[in-house]
Write a protein that binds this ligand. Structure first.
Ligand SMILES: Nc1nc2c(ncn2[C@@H]2O[C@H](COP(=O)(O)OP(=O)(O)OP(=O)(O)O)[C@@H](O)[C@H]2O)c(=O)[nH]1
Ligand SMILES: [Mg+2]
Ligand SMILES: [Zn+2]
Length: 295
């Protein structure tokens, strides 16, 4: 038995790096029966079959896992956003970051396409909310040196809407890369899902990064009961105020004596952050205990 890490998942195969070589593996049928599918980033035990082929026999316990992007053992989510086309809705960032915080994962906000738009509004919001936030341009290379130390020595999952420049940033970070980059549909102002599979790369600045296809709409996959129960703590910028509310179990939506609403009024919490909180709160409301079984 050999051990390795899944670097790529494509067409039913898992490409596992073990002792410097890549084996092309199928997963054992029992994974499917048990509803556990191996993910890029997983550490696995494999049985070699010869000719560069193998079988994934076991998946080691994970630090965390995500459905979108489908990756395991992530140290941080790097949310790529932009105020140029396709413009990122801050709600997307807030939703991704809430899920990341829930999974003990760091969050870095990268504002790309600064050659076209300096993204002042997003920059202000995420700086104020306390997330490491950098402005970059994959086109001119601006800001990339500031990004490198934030990703070096960790496994980062690059995520964000399609066409925001995830693959372009990876190409710009490491001249070895030639990931396919897509055109943005002028009519729709959004990307076209150029990246079609999930792959883990090692960059020469010492970062491990996962490039994955972006998304066009908000999926509800990861909105679960745990997020519902722990929603306030997934907004780190609310933390200093959570103990100050008058009522135990305050929902921070409309209560009298709510310290979060007070901080919002005083400008200590960004309005768009609290708006996203309210929107998530409403979306999570209908989730019931019994739905847990459905997963
Ligand atoms: N002007 C400018 N264009 C950029 C920049 N970064 C990316 N682009 C362009 O934006 C388009 C989409 O870039 P991609 O890197 O394919 O975007 P992606 O996020 O990987 O998209 P998906 O793989 O579909 O999720 C391409 O036409 C890029 O050339 C940038 O910093 N400045
Ligand atoms: Mg891409
Ligand atoms: Zn409150």
């Amino acid at each position: 038995m050999r051990e390795g890490q899944i670097k790529k998942a494509l067409s039913g195969f898992y490409y596992v790096e073990t002792d410097g070589e890549i084996l092309r593996c199928r997963a054992r049928g029992k994974f499917r029966r048990e509803g556990l599918s191996p993910l890029v980033g997983d550490w696995v035990e494999i049985r070699e079959l010869g000719n560069g082929d193998g079988i994934v026999e076991a998946v080691k316990p994970r630090k965390n896992d995500f459905l979108r992007p489908a990756v395991a053992n992530v140290d941080q989510i790097v949310v790529i956003a932009s105020e140029a086309l396709p413009k990122t809705d801050p709600y997307l960032i807030d939703r991704l970051s809430a899920i990341a915080v829930l999974k003990s994962c760091g969050v870095v906000v990268v504002l790309n396409k600064c050659d076209l738009d300096s993204a002042d509004s997003l920059y202000h919001i995420y700086r104020a909310a306390g997330f490491p936030t950098v402005r970059v341009s994959a086109e001119t290379g601006e800001g990339l040196e500031e990004l490198k130390p934030l990703i070096s020595g960790r496994l980062s999952a690059f995520t964000g809407n399609s066409g925001v420049g995830k693959s372009s940033i990876l190409n710009a970070l490491d001249p070895e890369f030639h990931l396919q980059v897509g055109e943005i549909s002028a009519a729709l102002g959004r990307g076209r899902h150029t990246t079609r599979h999930i792959e883990l790369y090692h960059l020469d600045c010492g970062a491990d990064v996962v490039d994955s296809p972006g998304f066009a709409s908000f999926d509800t996959d990861e909105l679960d009961l745990e997020l519902k129960h722990r929603l306030p703590e997934t907004f780190p910028d609310f933390a200093p105020y959570l103990d100050g509310c008058r009522f135990v179990g305050c929902s921070h939506t409309k209560e009298k004596g709510c310290a979060v609403l007070e901080a919002l009024k005083n400008g200590q919490i960004q309005k768009s952050r609290h708006d996203s909180y309210l929107r998530l709160y409403e979306e999570l409301k209908p989730l019931k205990e019994w739905e847990k079984q459905k997963k």
